[in-house]
Each structure stands twice: as structure tokens, then as C-alpha cells.
Write a protein that binds this ligand. Sequence first.
Ligand code: ATP
Ligand code: MN
Length: 450
Amino acid sequence: MTPSSEPIKAEGWVRTRRDSKNVSFIEISDGSCLKGLQAVLDRSRFSDKDLEDVTTGSSVVVEGCLVSSQGSSQSVELQAESLTVIGTCPQDYPLQKKKHTVEFLREKAYLRPRTNLFGAVTRVRNTMAYAVHSFFQENGFVYVNTPLISASDCEGAGAQFQVTTLDLENIPKGEDGKVDYSKDFFGKLANLTVSGQLEGETYALAMKDIYTFGPTFRAENSNTARHLAEFWMIEPEMAFCTLEGDMDIAERFLKYIFSAVLDKNAEDMEFFSRFVLAGVRETLEHVIESPFEHMTYTDAVKILERHNDRFEFPVRWGVEIQSEHERFLTEEIARRPVIVTDYPKDIKAFYMKMNDDGKTVRAMDVLAPRLGEIIGGSEREYRLDVLKERMKELGLDESAYWWYLDLRRYGSVPHSGFGLGFERAVQYVTGVANIRDVIPYPRYVKSCEY
Ligand code: ATP
Ligand code: MN
């Protein structure tokens, strides 16, 4: 901001107030940036009575001119000509000027956006959401809204939340003693979606390149710093595209949204680097500049096996790569994001394209230092016979996926896609340790406040 002779109006909430004999300083925040605006009130013009209600948390409107500041911590300040307190704020306001823990703030989730930390997270999240759309729009992708209530179980990606209007005190049962879903709202069992992928595929096979960006629900019973029960997922799906194209888009996409934050939120990134995670900004710069590492699951396992003494869950070919292994690969071996490909078919979903070895599938996970998996994706099996065979092997009911199979009968084509957990990406960019602190109102096991 630069000084101006025209009066301006500042509307916001009082962060702090400091009084000296001749002047009072009020820091006003309106969420637009990290630093508040300092208003200076000449005590010859404003009485004690005028200032009586100017307490931390109160909302005010201050009018005056911006002048160069004599203080060292801001370039301009507001020389107040008028002051109106709109809403008073009593002493029990929870956000008094002192450092609060994130645990404390989680319990005050309706007020935490007024803190430096959550203000910064909110602005960065906003930049990233906008960048998600910009990236795909600039690259010719079409934004598609897939349903949130779904009757198809996407691969059993996670436990699902059931959607029902049945009276739980009096559930209708059939003669076999099972719940009679024909009496339910949709006439069948329905759930909240765990992924929009299957529906996304149908649109990719018409529009070529599409993406979704919407809420996703998983009844994850795990109490981790990386899992929510309700999170936002971005799922692009590309037709005429193999795994190589998929990985290329994933890398360019991540770098694009990271760069957007460095461009637009320099002050917030400085804050995260100083108060949340040392060096988080430099890490991001490094990630943007260097190509991601690529390795197959088989090679990753070879590396990890040599260090099995360090892991809680020892690794051998065929087992899931867990978060401790993902971190080891990215933090100790590659020192940057790693894309692991060609996982054993038995630990991946039915729709992933089978490799010629008959043992592995064209899957890819993007692993990031500190977090582990942030993207999961694959080339999809587009050959009807191979897909049917795979479903039979897994005991999946073909009739439940009839339309998904039809897609392989009517003009099938190689296609690929991935899912990025939006909150994981925000966590990565900001350095915030717990996923519960990068979404306004986190939902997780035994917690659905506000
Ligand atoms: P994880 O093994 O970490 O639980 P996943 O293999 O279940 O992940 P996918 O089904 O591939 O994940 O989902 C795609 C992406 O969605 C993941 O890479 C991750 O970024 C994100 N994601 C998955 N589950 C959650 C969750 N419960 N909360 C937040 N993000 C999630
Ligand atoms: Mn999971």
C-alpha cells in the first residue's frame, strides 16, 4: 500500500490495541492479507469514552488517510479521522493476544480463521483451488460434476457412508431377514461417493479430457494426520492417454499449483517458513525446479528391503508400501517427490490396466516428502475381456458395473487419470502437520462439530 491523500475506510476486527499518552494504535485485520492495518488515533481527538469498546475481537470501521509510517514494522498506517465500533467484544473472547495451540483452535473452529495461521491457510487454499481450475482450463480440460450420492462402489477405495431415509428404529426387512432397500429413498442401497472416477471415465470417453473437483467421503476409521472423513478431491481423466501422459500431467499440475502459491502468497509462505515448518518455502521452490524421480514398485521394494531393519513393517515384494516407506523413499533416497509405478495387481483396484507380465498393473502413486502419497492414479483397463477376467478373479459382480463394462464395448480407448487429495496438497504447501488444520471444519472419527 502507498500513502494517499484521499481518505479511505478500513473495516475489520481489532487484533490488538496499544495506548500511549498521546496516541492509541489499533491493529485492524480484515483477512485480506497476513498483516493488519495499523490505525493511529490522536488522543486529542478521541476520548477514553470513544475508545472504551475498542477491545481485541471487536469489529470497527475507521476512516482516515494513509500516511507513511514512522514505525519499522509497516510502511503505511491509517491516520484516523473517525472511528465506529460496530460490534463489541467482551473479555471472554477466546483469541486473546498470545500463542494458541492448534488443538485449542480446533475447538474454536468458528473463530480460528481470525488467527494468523488460519488466515494464511485459508488464503493459500483459495489460491490453490483457483489454480486447479486455471491449470485444467488452460489445458483444455472440461470441468465435470460427478454425483455425491452413488449406488456404485468405486473399488471399495475406502469404507463408505450410507445414505438412507429408512427409519432406523424400524427397519423394513425382507423374508430373508435382510434390510429391504426397495423401501429406501432410492429403492436401493446408496452411499456417499468415495471417488468420482468411474463416472469421470464416462465423460472422458466423450469429452476427451475432463476433471472433477469436489467433496469425497470415506469412513476412514484411522486416526491419522493425513485422513479426513470428508475431503476434496481433484480427479482428471484423459482419453487417448497412457500412464506416461498421466504422470506428465500430474507433475506439471502439482508444479503449477505450487508455483501459483509462491507467486501470490509470498507473505503467507514467509509466515509458514518462520512459524510452521522451517524451510517449507525453499522446499517448494526446489520441488518446482527438479524433475520428479520415477521408479517401479519392484525397484522401490529392492531399495526398501535393504533397510528393513529401520521399518516397523518390513517390506517384501507384494506388500503395500506404507507411509514410513513412502517417506523413506522420498526423504532419504530421492530427496524429492517420487512416482512409483507398476504395483502388484493384488494390492491395487480392479480397473487398473494389466501389464503383460500378468502380475503388475499400470498404477502410479506420487509420493511427497513428509506426507507420503498425495496422488494415486493409473491407466485404466480398456480391454473388455481382460477387465471381465479381472473382475471374475476378484469376485466382483459384473451386473453392478454393467455401464462401466459397456464403456469398453462402445468405442473403448486407452485412458488414464488420477486423484489428488486437495487437503494433502494444502498440507504439503503450508507445512501444516495435521490435515485437520487445512480444512475449515474437519470431519473425522467421533468428530463432527459445528
Ligand atoms: P491412503 O493410502 O493415503 O489412505 P488411498 O490409497 O486410499 O490413500 P486413493 O484412493 O488413491 O488414496 O485416493 C486418491 C488421493 O486422495 C490420495 O492420494 C490422497 O491424496 C487422497 N486421500 C485418500 N484418502 C483420503 C482421506 N481419508 N483424507 C484426505 N485425503 C485422502
Ligand atoms: Mn486410504
